[in-house]
Design a protein around this ligand. Sequence first.
Ligand code: NAD
Length: 396
Amino acid sequence: MSLQTISARIRGFICLNAHPVGCAENVRAQIDLVSAGAPGRGLNDILVVGGSTGYGLSSLLTAVFGYGARGVAVCLERPAQGEKTASAGWYNLAAAGRMATAAGKSITTINGDAYGDDIKAETVALLKQRGSKLDSIVYSLASPKRVDPRTGVSYTSTLKPLGASYRSKTINLNTDQVISVEISPATEADIEATRKVMGGEDWELWIRALVDAGVIAKQCRTVAYSYVGPELTYPIYRSGTIGKAKEHLEATARALDAELGAGFGGSAYVSVNKGLVTQASSAIPVVPLYISILYKLMKERGTHEGTAAQIKRLFQTHLGPGRTPTLDELGRIRIDDLEMDPEIQRGVLSTWDQISTENLFHLTDYAGFKQEFRSLFGFEVPGVDYAQPVETDVPL
Ligand code: NAD
């Protein structure tokens, strides 16, 4: 037992603690959203690698509560320890598991390093023991590092431009000031390390392990998530180290598609999703400023979607049972269409040129960004009484 009142401890783009009741409320709200109007059946078994927060959590909840799948989530989250709370993803999946059981559904969590052989073996053993045949596999990892299980070499991903330094406006998240940032170009080693961490190599290892174990269903679909974004962020994202890794992920989808197609009548896709506030995206320089401008324009237009709405639409229109995905010229699903709407992007550019510390809160939805960032960790969630002590030692 560890009863505590908890308030957010934020340092820049990191929040050091999380609120179990706030996280549970977020999960409940996502379940309500993805269940509304959904068929409630159609999928049997889903595995989500990176299923505790962000796009992965929304994918898990959509498949389980929207389409009746049994869910297995793999994640790397921290349990509570003495005075320290557990991480947000821990509380999210603890709540998701409880809510699934209460609704007669099933979510099982495997917590550990998804890049390693041990966690793959543990996942395979669980799926075999339950007699699962996966019809959906979502790969949604966002990680700063990876140890290659074949060589034992550790790689650290970077967010750097290629070729030349990149100078841009960005927000100092500690002081709420618009400052100028200059980021030096990547070395060849940075490019390769980022590809090793965020490219498709590990996704392929997962699919191989699942195929070898015989836990893939006929017509199985696997999807990994990518981002393109506007030219404004190309130097730091799409044309930078992370963009190179995403190109590798997209090439991996084509290879896996051929393999799953031949073996199971299955398919592999990349879905390009909208830029949103998540733990991963908040750490990228320049992106919080872009997202704050984007949110204001999309909310004004009524086209703003969070992760749950994005993934609900992904299943409704592309990946759900009986759906045939529509692909762009590079073979990718695009649910970033509303973000990339030319009028929205013209608005972003026009605001971008005017932004300064003085008008930041007025011209952008930076207040919404901050609120949503806190909410990722269960803080500032409507309806939660933060004066009440809560149990922080929650089992997964
Ligand atoms: P996130 O930080 O919310 O989630 C990352 C997940 O990965 C968590 O479940 C975490 O536990 C898990 N994880 C990290 N390292 C792990 C490890 N070693 N072993 C097991 N689990 C591990 O991230 P997100 O923003 O939802 O990103 C998910 C994917 O979506 C990424 O590929 C990202 O590039 C992509 N994407 C994100 C955005 C965005 O704006 N957030 C937009 C488009 C695409």
